[in-house]
Design a protein around this ligand. Sequence first.
Ligand SMILES: Cc1cc2nc3c(=O)[nH]c(=O)nc-3n(C[C@H](O)[C@H](O)[C@H](O)COP(=O)(O)OP(=O)(O)OC[C@H]3O[C@@H](n4cnc5c(N)ncnc54)[C@H](O)[C@@H]3O)c2cc1C
Length: 496
Amino acid sequence: MTARVIVVGGGLAGMAAALELAERGSQVTLLEMRPMFGGMTRSLEKEGMLVDNGQHVFMKCCSAYIDFLRRIGSLDGVYLQDRLEIPVVRPGGRVSWIRRDSLHPPLHLLRTLFQYSYLDWRGKLKVAQVMSSLSRMDPSDKSLDDHSFGSWLSARGKENNSANSLFDLLVRSTLNLPPEEASLQMVTKVVRTGFLSQVDGADLGWSNLPLSELHGRRAARALMSRDVEMLASTKVNSIEAGAGGEPVVNLANGRSEKADSVVVAVDHRTAQRLLPRGAIYGQERLSSLGTSPILSVHVLYDRKVMDYPFMASLDTSIQWVFDRSASLEVAGSTTVPGAQYLTIPISAAYPLISKRTNSIISKVLPALEALLPRASRAVVLRATVTREAAATFRASPRSAELRPGSTTRFEGLFVAGAWCDTGWPATMEGAVRSGFAAASAVAKFLGSRHEEGLSPSDEPSTDALAVGNLAAGNGSEEKSCQGGQARQKTKLKESA
Ligand SMILES: Cc1cc2nc3c(=O)[nH]c(=O)nc-3n(C[C@H](O)[C@H](O)[C@H](O)COP(=O)(O)OP(=O)(O)OC[C@H]3O[C@@H](n4cnc5c(N)ncnc54)[C@H](O)[C@@H]3O)c2cc1C
């Protein structure tokens, strides 16, 4: 008999889990409280434009995310650099390039380090020393999570302002936190994986389509073609044990759904509430993973003001600017021939997030004009702001101990989400990896049950969640709940 699996949460983690489970032969239902799938990667109508809630960028080393795009038929909807190449612009329009070569890492960055004109020779030396130290550190070393990248940097001799600006740009855009608040372990993970493990690891990619199309609609189509039941606008209120011990999902509309297995793929704060008490280690502290905001300014100029597909910037309130004119046209929003649509994402946007739209626009556009002199002669046709106050969890020191693996203390119940322990910061890659990992754990669970000769119709009558609660109360909490699950199974047999 085909096992039924319910996935709660239709973001990247939930959709990746649903995809993998459907391909492994489960009968999958995906429940999403919003009217659209895609979660934190979404598009919205603003000022007559269909804009993304924030610019989403990935690196070539994001292998799980790229695989997900391929499987949902969206690989043709992204632009992926042949070779890392970033114009870094300073006020007045001066530009210096970061480019990689095809030599083995770290030699692939040597030439750009020498040529990069915003670093004085001390800055170049500092960057080389820091990269060399990071290359010898192990991202799985948990002790690194006791320190912030900023404090580690300060402890490494005299600081250099030009090098610090570069580190600030890197850390803010990958961890959505300033360096002094970012976990050293997480920065090590990003630098090692992106810049030091493979020559093309940090080549950048982003969507040429609105995110609601790239992820939402296309993933929904791919999942439906694999017979996944997709229920949007369906909010889950709680998860509990059914009479037979199977997980039961209680919906806000009053209905309840039984399944052989459930994957909870919501954000960490909602997971804390939805999961049965004691489901994961430190569940009551999950919300202390916190949140970090991202804000984006979207501006439509009547003419082309930027020649690059994207650029980074130093020493202004602007970190990145992307030309997203192509996605605006695809969205069918109002376009004017020759107009250019730019989006300016601002990570760790604490000082700006609660400011009024007009005040943000009046601060950011002059800074943009200082970088792109042609913008000051162009007409702003439309400008708007999107805000995500809880864009990501805070990858700060000691966050790793709060991130669970996919398994829980309860039989058949699993978790996924960018906040889970994937080794990655809150990224699309982390979300997809967590979804695939949860699907593998479900398949293993269903497989072992199949081997034991249990089918949904002849499950033991013992309340597995209640047994799980007993296990949770025995004081032997473990972070990875794999061991907890084995223990529950023993108890289940004992009590059956
Ligand atoms: C503005 C912004 C910019 C970003 N930029 C980047 C970037 O450049 N690169 C990058 O890699 N990452 C970026 N990220 C992070 C990335 O988008 C997220 O890490 C990832 O999308 C999280 O996916 P998820 O599936 O784990 O969670 P979510 O996307 O939060 O999905 C959870 C889903 O669960 C649903 N849900 C919640 N509660 C319930 C309930 N009770 N019942 C049913 N459904 C429920 C939600 O509606 C949501 O759809 C950015 C995020 C934001 C917001």
